[in-house]
Design a protein around this ligand. Structure first.
Ligand code: MG
Length: 159
């Protein structure tokens, strides 16, 4: 089976007055991430990993932040489009492994909901979507709670 791997990274700034959306799940009671779309840093890293695996560039190319069409965009919907782009190239997602770097909130209670939502879009079993979290030990911009970062790797295979 022909398989390809990709890597993605994203970071967004934490600001007041925005919903916090991570992995397709809105987490209440927190400052949110600033961005043109819903600023779902987890899904943005994942989309770049999937596009990277297929050699299709990055999300900035496919969904330009200057395009008003993507203002407030639901990143799960953008992920759906990325999966369709892969399908058009003859590929399907196999699995992904994501690390969220955030000082707060606690990601653990939301991981299963994220896996459900992401796996439904990728059309894989939830166990094929791994989401891990770490703090940055109070160091750097994440440690100062200025933003949230996410790293992802994804494997794709010929359909
Ligand atoms: Mg982003």
């Amino acid at each position: 089976m022909n398989m390809l791997i990709g890597f993605g990274y994203d970071v967004h700034r934490l600001v007041p007055g925005r919903p916090l959306v991570l992995g397709g799940v809105t987490i209440p009671g927190e400052r949110g991430l600033e961005g043109h779309s819903d600023a779902d840093v987890v899904l943005h890293a994942l989309m770049d990993a999937l596009l990277g695996a297929a050699g299709l560039g990055d999300i900035g190319r496919h969904f330009p932040p200057t395009d008003p069409a993507y203002e407030g965009a639901d990143s799960l919907e953008l992920l759906r489009r990325v999966v369709a782009l892969l399908a058009a190239e003859g590929y399907r997602p196999v699995n992904c492994d994501i690390t969220v770097v955030a000082e707060r909130p606690k990601i653990g209670p939301h991981v299963e909901a994220m896996r459900e939502r992401i796996s439904a879009v990728l059309d894989v079993e939830p166990r094929r979507v791994s989401i891990k979290a770490t703090t940055n030990e109070r160091m750097g911009f994440v440690g100062r709670e200025e933003g949230v970062a996410a790293y992802a790797v994804a494997l794709i295979a010929e359909r």
